[in-house]
Design a protein. Structure first.
Lengths: 380, 536, 302
């Protein structure tokens, strides 16, 4: 019988720890490189399938998103909505609630916003503000349904928010096909949409054509991200929220009302999405259409995931996704279907979440294997 | 140190021991959990494994059932050296364990639970018959078609035992099996174990830290301390004093020792222990000396239609420790939850200094001056992923903030003060709570709750899972708290803990108080009867 | 009148068939505590691959097989990420749905897909029954597979060890882990089977029901299936009933205007989601969800 392990001295443990930390960082990096390369390789293969050259596709994306001031402005415009949804998601997730219904809250926000903007009379800037507030309230109310079902009957938030998205789609469609609601006025009504809202209630843009020009929503989005970070990390409210997310039982013992705070977090998340719906209305299409959200509700969720629920980290991630979205529009001119951007986005998300998860699994397996080895070693 | 068994296991020279461990050693980092442990159990024997929390009992058992791997040593079953790399291997070798916390699926029927984890098509009819026949053989009566959800705690344990016996193991291990049982149920369990060992010729290892249990139920006993075997005895030839001394290894304040060791008799009647140091330190309290602080009147509460509290009334005086004794699952948790504002009363009142408090309103009890050390402190008493400093201000974050913004400086100052005052050992206030030892986590919770200057302190199982040093610390702090005028409600299923600390003792059964007595008037028999639900 | 009832019935059943295939798989997954969001992607991938396979091989039957394999492939990716690497299952599910939607839309543009349709099979005598005859006994032949699959699923879940394991995992994964069963492995297996069923459902939609593939062909039918399982209170009977009901709602939407009725189409489209929510609220106490519903299994957490 032999004892297989010698007790390590402090000195050599430190040395071992240091080399292993270095090699760990290296493996992590390598893993990221490999998995992202694989993702890009798949994308390249898909592009070649259409007969186009992948390199040209990359160039097209670059041209559409970063090549000049106008393109950069477009990227920023595409990034801001994603960031706002992502920041709202971060707040709900901090409270331990996994909501995936932002898409629905966006369209409901836009619907409520359209009602306000079309039916309310008054000075333009005031209408704009009230429209955005109404949109935020609409999104919050839609999220409140999920909160109510969860705290009243225990319906999982994931399920209720998901189902509510598809109900919301129908609500919008209904609204823009009913003359007494929001249907476009006039004789020849072709597509389901509302009237254009008055142009003095449009969300202002910053900068001038043909130079750098982007929606003021970009500034608002960044402010919201920074604000959310400060609120979450520095305020008593954020402290309680994090406590609730990390350990609901302990939080309740410490006097946190899970129902109130959790519902509030969910509603704030909904308000962010709803506000965005209003912003898309007043700053984008200027009229309510069923497709107004352009899937930002879904993609914003992915931004929050990749940014690991950190609002500040969400800023660059949202920008990157915005670049892809902006470039995608330009891509069509090369004959590559623009859907390739959705594919690339999704496989990049998978490629980014893969390495840390893989390493975690490997550590687990190694620990288990070590245990087995020791078991057999003990008998040797 | 490897002690030769003094009261050597009495197996005949010819037959090899059913289980033999030779020089088992297990390290976790720098900590030696098991140090050269050797023991031997023969067939048909009930072997007690006695030791405090952290003595190495659980590690040893984990090695036996394949949940942990030894660093050195040898395991022999019937004289054959074996390897146990995982639980499956243990099961194949005929080793089965009844866990302290049941691993049953509530929504499935008894027979489905019994067959879970086996291979081949589940055969309802055969399994039902099996459950019945095992039940008849060992006196474990349970309906195979009942849903586990509908069973009592004692019945669930029977299912758990049937699950083990069904595989016809040669070695059955039980980990603190009586912590969830009434005294009567415990006695029944020991009868079953006796049959398992004597009539069926199986080997039983009973892990416990309760002396009286070891003395009544086992044939031989191995005592562990700090990872080593310090003594082995024939149960009939030893007594609690000797066991206690071996287990603790030093002279302690007698009451703490008695509590830690589960020496019930010594606690109830000091004269029995023939130890002159065993004198009651708990001064009787003169009833009218202190005012009533907390008064619960006729409290009823339920969850999903199941009653939790059924007319519970309780008075708590400033400056006294009231021990709430009872078998687990009789409403202790609900009472703790009530005083943490986690549940609402259907009827009845909670009053503090004659002011009625709203129930179930988050933070209301807290604001009224009730501090709580919850039973599952690392699950619901603290947030493991936040720092020690943050945990110390969890319920009072408003006091370290200005205009809604948290002051990191104030949090840190508060933490440094409490860390020093309560002797919390942590590398820094910013260390995540997760990295602290169980004892220190407990200290953080205690420090936080006492730092609020509460009028009432509820302590649920305050010494569970702690080593002797930490138990002494907690005992001292709770006495200090009472002396400073705080009304302390001690909730525990361990009579020893209650008898050690309390001035008054109340017994809870099925959500109501069935009896109350002064500590000095305690009569073990009566206490036991009341815990079993009999009015006495 | 009778004629239109027969027509609506036939169309209801036709629209419910893909849902029922996918629903059986989703039922099994949900019994093991999983909410399989990627079912939408599995169905869409199944629908696309079936037409692709039929175009490439020239055989709609092989197309059906392609569809099943596509569902399994999506399930494999999902299972690997969420039940091996333990990344949040909803996030992975949504990502996969976006991926499949993007990919099938892209490939639909990039490739030249044909059309292919499986033949109808009319069961003699029975198909002559009034009202139900044509609806039930004159369908594309894979629909009759349901008569085998429904009892098979029941048998697997309630009479085999695997089914027992799955049901137990949905209720108390930690206890199942303690008895030595690999919980995550069972969940991976469950997801793969759900993928096969969803792929079959999607394939039926394209290669049997419609005969070609459109962009975003499933159009959230996967979520309707989830709604059906919830609506059905996590029972096979209930799931099938839910699918039939939601199929009927779809049929009404198409048929009522033609019959001269005006009815709110949006309400009919939204009805599965609304009914699922209502079901979760109303039946919450009676037909309980698996205790570990939607919670990921983490070892060592009781």
């Amino acid at each position: 019988m032999t004892i297989t392990s010698t007790p390590p001295t402090p000195a050599n443990t430190r040395a071992v720890a240091q080399t292993s930390r270095w090699s760990q960082v290296l493996t992590t990096l390598l893993l990221y490189v490999v998995s992202i390369s694989v993702a890009l390789l798949i994308a390249g293969l898909l592009v070649s399938l259409t007969g186009a050259s992948p390199w040209e596709a990359v160039q097209a994306i670059f041209q559409g998103s970063l090549s000049d001031a106008a393109a950069l402005g477009l990227s920023l415009d595409k990034a801001a909505p994603l960031l706002i949804v992502a920041v709202g998601t971060c707040i709900a997730t901090s409270a331990g609630l996994f909501s995936i219904g932002q898409e629905g809250q966006v369209v409901i926000g836009a619907t409520v916003g359209a009602m306000v903007a079309i039916y309310l009379h008054g000075p333009g800037p005031l209408i704009l503000v009230v429209t955005l507030m109404g949109a935020a309230l609409g999104g919050a109310a839609w999220a409140a349904v999920a909160a109510l079902l969860y705290y009243w009957r225990g319906v999982p938030v994931v399920i209720s928010t998901l189902l509510l998205v598809y109900i919301a789609y129908q609500v919008v469609f209904y609204a823009v096909t009913q003359p007494w609601l929001l249907q476009e006025s006039g004789q020849n009504v072709a597509s389901p949409q509302s009237d254009i809202i008055r142009n003095d209630a449009w969300l202002p843009r910053i900068g001038e054509y043909p130079g750098l020009n982007f929606s003021s929503l970009v500034v608002i989005a960044v402010l919201l991200a920074v604000g959310a970070r400060i609120v979450l990390n520095r305020t008593t409210w954020g402290f309680r929220l994090r406590m609730l997310g990390l350990n609901p039982k302990a939080a309740r013992r410490a006097g946190v009302s899970a129902v109130l705070l959790g519902s509030l977090a969910l509603m704030i998340s909904g308000a962010f999405a709803g506000f965005l719906g209003g912003a898309l209305l007043t700053g984008g299409s200027h009229r309510l259409q069923p497709g107004i959200s352009e899937n930002v509700g879904w993609d914003g969720l992915l931004v929050a995931l990749v940014a690991r629920n950190n609002p500040i980290l969400a800023i660059p991630v949202a920008f990157f996704f915005g670049v892809l979205r902006a470039g995608g529009g330009f891509l069509a001119s090369t004959g590559v279907p623009r859907y390739i951007v959705d594919v690339v986005t999704a496989i990049l998300v998978l490629a980014i979440v893969f390495p840390p998860a893989y390493q975690y699994l490997r550590r687990e397996i190694r620990a288990r294997r070590l245990a087995r080895a020791l078991a057999t070693g003990g008998a040797a | 140190m490897s002690t030769q068994p003094t009261g050597a296991p009495a197996h005949s020279a010819g037959a090899p021991a059913s289980v033999e461990l030779r020089g088992i050693t297990k390290r976790y980092g720098s900590i030696v959990a098991c140090d050269d442990v050797s023991l031997s159990v023969s067939r048909g024997e009930i072997h007690g494994l006695l030791g405090q929390n952290g003595a190495g009992k659980s590690t040893l058992v984990k090695i036996l059932i394949g949940l942990a791997q030894r660093d050195a040593g040898e395991i022999l079953l019937d004289g054959r050296s074996v390897e146990i790399p995982d639980p499956l291997a243990a099961s194949t070798l005929g080793i089965a364990m009844v866990h302290q916390h049941f691993s049953l699926v509530n929504e499935l029927s008894v027979w489905e639970n019994v067959t879970l984890g086996e291979v081949g098509r589940p055969d309802a009819q055969r399994t039902r018959e099996l459950v019945r026949s095992i039940g008849a053989r060992y006196g474990l009566d349970v309906d195979p078609d009942a849903r586990v959800e509908d069973l009592s705690t004692g019945e669930r344990q029977r299912v758990e035992i049937i699950k083990c016996l069904r595989r016809d193991p040669s070695l059955l291990i039980l980990d603190e099996p009586t912590s969830v049982l009434t005294l009567a149920e415990s006695r029944e369990l020991f009868t079953v174990l006796r049959r398992v060992a004597q009539d069926e010729g199986k080997t039983v290892i009973l892990i416990s830290h309760k002396l009286d249990e070891i003395l009544t139920a086992t044939d031989h006993v191995t005592i562990m301390r700090s990872g080593r075997v310090v003594a082995q005895r024939v149960t009939a030839e030893t007594d609690e004093r000797e066991l206690a001394r071996e287990m603790v290894g030093r002279e302690l304040s007698k009451w703490v020792a008695a509590s830690a060791l589960g020496d019930l008799d010594a606690l109830v009647d000091p004269s029995l222990s023939s130890d002159p140091a065993m004198l009651a330190p708990v001064e009787p309290i003169h009833e009218d000396e202190f005012p009533f602080r907390l008064r619960i009147t006729d409290a009823y509460a339920s969850r999903d239609g199941r009653p939790l509290l059924q007319g519970l009334s309780l008075d708590l005086r400033a400056g006294e420790i009231l021990g709430l004794a009872g078998v687990e699952g009789n409403g202790q948790q609900a009472l703790g939850d009530l005083l943490s504002s986690l549940i609402e009363l259907d009827s009845g009142t909670v009053e503090m200094d004659d002011v009625v408090l709203p129930t179930g309103k988050p933070g209301a009890m807290h604001r009224a001056g009730i501090g709580v050390i919850p039973e599952d402190r690392h699950q619901s008493g603290c947030v493991l992923d936040m720092s020690v400093a943050e945990n110390l201000v969890m319920s009072t974050v408003g006091s370290v903030a200005r205009r809604g913004f948290v002051s990191r400086k104030a949090i840190r100052a508060n933490a440094e003060r409490l860390i020093e005052q309560f002797e919390i050992s942590t590398p820094s206030p910013d260390t995540p709570m997760r990295q602290l030892s169980g004892g220190n986590q407990q200290k953080v919770v205690l420090a936080r709750e006492l730092s609020l200057n509460p009028k009432v302190l509820v302590a649920a199982y305050p010494t569970r899972g702690l080593d002797v040093g930490a138990i002494e610390y907690m005992t001292e702090r709770l006495h200090d708290a009472a002396n400073s005028g705080i009304a302390v409600l001690l909730i525990s299923t361990e009579l020893e803990e209650i008898l050690t600390l309390s001035h008054h003792i109340a017994v809870i059964h099925r959500g109501a108080i069935v009896g109350q007595m002064r500590r000095v008037d305690v009569d073990a028999e009566r206490l036991g009867l009341m815990m079993g639900g009999q009015e006495a | 009148m009778i004629e239109s009832i027969a027509l609506i019935l036939a169309s209801s059943l036709r629209l419910a068939t893909p849902l029922m295939f996918a629903g059986l798989g989703e039922y099994m997954a949900e019994k093991a505590g999983m909410i399989n969001i990627s079912i939408e992607g599995m169905m869409l991938a199944g629908a696309f691959s079936a037409i692709l396979g039929a175009t490439v091989t020239g055989s709609p039957v092989l197309g059906l097989v392609f569809g099943i394999l596509a569902g399994v492939l999506i399930a494999f990716v999902h299972a690997t990420f969420s039940y091996r690497l333990t990344v949040n299952t909803y996030v992975i599910g949504l990502t996969l749905n976006l991926l499949v939607l993007g990919l099938t839309s892209f490939l639909l543009d990039a490739l030249d897909l044909g059309s292919a349709q499986l033949s109808k099979f009319e069961i003699p005598l029975l198909s002559d029954l009034p009202i139900v005859g044509q609806a039930v006994f004159n369908q594309r032949w894979p629909a009759y597979l349901l008569w085998i699959l429904i009892p098979a699923v029941w048998f697997v879940m309630y009479r085999t060890r695997w089914g027992l394991d799955m049901r137990a995992i949905g209720e108390n994964p930690s206890a199942v882990d303690a008895t030595g069963i690999d919980v995550l492995k069972r969940q991976r297996q469950g997801l793969l089977i759900a993928g096969a069923f969803a792929g079959l459902g999607g394939a039926y939609l394209s290669v049997a029901e419609v005969g070609l593939f459109n962009q975003n062909m499933t159009a959230a039918r996967g979520y309707v299936v989830i709604a059906a399982v919830i609506f059905g209170g996590w029972t096979i009977k209930g799931t099938i009933a839910g699918c039939l009901l939601f199929g009927a709602a779809d049929a009404m939407r198409l048929a009522l205007p033609a019959l001269g009725f005006t009815f709110n189409a949006q309400l009919l489209i939204a009805s599965p989601y609304i009914l699922a929510l209502v079901a979760m609220v109303v039946f919450a106490r009676r037909s309980r969800a698996p205790a570990a519903y939607g919670q990921p299994f983490v070892r060592g957490l009781a």
